[in-house]
Design a protein around this ligand. Structure first.
Ligand code: SF4
Length: 67
């Protein structure tokens, strides 16, 4: 997955990130850059909530193994 990012000089560049890192980045953005707020996020009905820490939940990993 490619994302376009910019640095302080506003230079654009394309960076490859995994889908899990993209979800993590979205959650940090949603929490105004506060990583602690991502951990404390109370919106459990958000589809990204189980993945907000940038890792698959253990239960989800077991489901993948069963397939
Ligand atoms: S889980 Fe949803 S509501 Fe919570 S920080 Fe991530 S995107 Fe925002």
């Amino acid at each position: 997955m490619n994302v376009v990012t910019s640095n302080r000089e506003r230079r654009m560049r394309v960076t490859k990130i995994t889908p899990m890192k993209a979800i993590r980045a979205k959650c940090i953005d949603c929490s105004c850059g506060e990583k602690k707020e991502v951990r404390l996020c109370p919106i459990e009905w958000c589809p990204l909530w189980p993945y907000r820490m940038g890792k698959r939940p253990a239960k989800d990993a077991n489901v993948d193994k069963e397939k």
